[in-house]
Design a protein around this ligand. Structure first.
Ligand SMILES: [Zn+2]
Length: 49
């Protein structure tokens, strides 16, 4: 099973704060609420490509 490293970027400041391993075959774009240390709060993080 191929897994791909995907970076999650804060939707507010654009910082890539997290990397996760996800299946590249999935269709939907990942959106996760995570803590951004630059915004100093929880923001929506989206996968980058
Ligand atoms: Zn941020």
């Amino acid at each position: 099973m191929a897994q791909k490293k995907i970076a999650l970027a804060c939707s507010e400041c654009g910082s890539r704060n997290y990397t996760i391993a996800a299946n590249p075959a999935r269709q939907e774009r990942l959106e996760v609420k995570k803590f951004c240390k630059y915004c100093n709060k929880h923001t929506l993080h989206r996968e980058t490509r």
